[in-house]
Design a protein around this ligand. Structure first.
Ligand code: SAH
Ligand code: SF4
Ligand code: F3S
Length: 453
């Protein structure tokens, strides 16, 4: 807080007109939640947020390391800042997030992008005002090496993006070491926030009018493992559902190896919890799953799906899938197609395997060409498209509840059902950021059309 004040004084002198900041997120919802905290710090210093790079007095790229193409895209974006920085020497260029939790990336930034002023990782966002202060007063770049940290900082200021939708990071890091994945290396060991801290944040969001709240963790099903008391994710959901109000709770991601019947029963018993469960399966073949270090079989995965379908009316599932894991054969990939057809996910995020330095799979033999893997991916996308169309058709004629997200110039609105399907409708009263009841009348492209009830 002291440094926020000190930087504020410097900024007021340097930028007597309104200083502007642009924080860009690459990566997942947890990264976006971190960006909201970075914006919270900048807002306290006195910056106003802008989407314009040219007008910004500070640009911060919050980066992702999950796949190679993410990193390449980010380097491309950082490169483009060179000319801007040359024209505005007082502007600060900062890079934070998962990508700079790798020493070879920090070295590359130092060498190839010398105009970057500040680098800081995922575990110490709150250090930003100090780094800015040092950058301005000492004139030296502030490039932090990746730092492992295990404690949790509460009460970092936060500037939220939306008025009705919000996210809460309930835990940080990951201990699962799936063979393909960089996250445990860049986000460090798993640690959970205290239930009371999460409850307070959740309650204040509901009281402020937020209606769609997502609880975030790399594996929410192992929430609580490092807490002193015996407390799990189902207990946390049960606690949050005691907060009065009209809202829907989502959570992600759920690891199939740790999902419990208790959790499914908790969803069943609390209508505030979304009926769509994100349950990344990654592959449809048991040998591939074992090589991926996922610790479940397709039989066990289907047992969870079937139990949830017995218990929860209207339950649906979304998932993540990787095609072309090292050693995966076409026959094994076909098991993924079979699984997708069996489960009929309402939403599927599909990726081609990307080799990540330092992970176990990076050393595995990989004989299938990228071109071949693209063919598999496109087959899967096509199958999933058909499934989504069928899901959309099944809603025609039904009454649904949805949260209004966008208002268009022609008086129409876009709303989202809790299973993430998009519904468009026309209304003459302002219903922005409200729950509405809709009667689905048809389908247009990948969204539904409806009448307001
Ligand atoms: N913790 C979450 C996932 C975080 S990463 C979970 O376990 O579900 C989001 C998704 O990216 C993963 O589910 C996986 O499908 C994909 N992914 C992770 N590493 C990858 C890699 N090396 N190549 C391709 N996709 C990857
Ligand atoms: Fe990566 Fe697996 Fe952890 Fe998810 S659970 S972040 S896929 S290591
Ligand atoms: Fe990317 Fe980090 Fe999220 S690597 S997917 S931003 S945890």
């Amino acid at each position: 807080m002291n440094y926020i004040q000190s930087v504020k004084n410097i900024i007021n002198e340097k930028f007597p007109n309104q200083p502007l900041a642009n924080v860009v997120t690459f990566g997942c919802a947890q990264n976006e939640n971190d960006s909201e905290k970075v914006r919270g710090l900048l807002a306290q210093i006195g910056y106003t947020m802008t989407d314009s790079l040219e007008e910004s007095d500070i640009v911060i790229y919050n980066t992702c390391a999950i796949r190679e193409n993410a990193e390449l895209k980010i380097f491309g974006n950082i490169g483009k800042l060179k000319a801007l920085k040359a024209a505005k020497p007082d502007m600060i260029v900062a890079v934070c997030g998962c990508m700079v939790m790798q020493q070879h990336i920090v070295d590359k930034i130092k060498k190839s992008y010398p105009f970057v002023d500040i680098v800081f990782g995922v575990n110490n966002l709150e250090i930003l005002p100090l780094l800015m202060y040092k950058r301005y007063t000492e004139g030296k770049k502030q490039i932090l090496p990746p730092q492992e940290k295990t404690d949790i900082v509460e009460n970092t200021p936060i500037l939220r993006n939306g008025k009705s939708k919000a996210s809460i990071s309930i835990m940080f890091g990951c201990d699962n070491f799936c063979a393909y994945c960089i996250v445990p290396y860049v986000r460090g060991r798993e640690r959970s926030r205290k239930p009371q801290d999460i409850y307070n944040e959740f309650k204040s969001l509901v009281e402020a009018g937020y209606k769609d709240i997502t609880l975030l963790g790399q594996n929410v099903n192992s929430y609580g493992k490092n807490l002193e008391e015996k407390y799990d994710f189902a207990d946390l959901l049960q606690l949050l559902c005691t907060v009065p109000g009209e809202y829907v709770i989502h959570f992600m991601s759920s690891h199939p190896k740790d999902i419990s019947k208790k959790l499914i029963d908790t969803i069943r018993d609390n209508p505030q919890i979304s009926r769509q469960i994100h349950l990344p399966v990654q592959a449809g073949n048991d040998r591939v799953l074992k090589e991926m270090n996922r610790h479940y079989t397709i039989g066990q995965y289907m047992d969870i799906i079937n139990y949830a379908r017995q218990q929860i009316e209207d339950v649906s599932f979304s998932s993540d899938i990787i095609v072309g894991f090292p050693g995966e054969t076409f026959e094994e990939y076909l098991d993924t197609e079979k699984l997708v057809k069996d489960v009929r996910f309402t939403q599927l995020f599909t990726y081609i395997y990307s080799r990540r330095n330092g992970t176990k799979a990076a050393a595995m033999e990989d004989n299938i060409s990228h071109k071949e893997k693209s063919v598999w991916l496109n087959r899967l996308i096509k199958i999933q498209q058909e499934i989504v169309f069928e899901h959309l058709n099944s809603f025609i004629g039904k009454e649904v509840k949805a949260l209004v997200e966008e208002k268009h110039d022609d008086g129409s609105y876009t709303a989202r059902m809790s299973n993430t399907f998009v519904v468009k409708f026309i209304a003459d009263t302002d219903c922005m950021d409200q729950f509405v009841n809709l009667k689905i009348t048809g389908k247009k492209g990948t969204s539904l059309t409806a009448e307001l009830i």
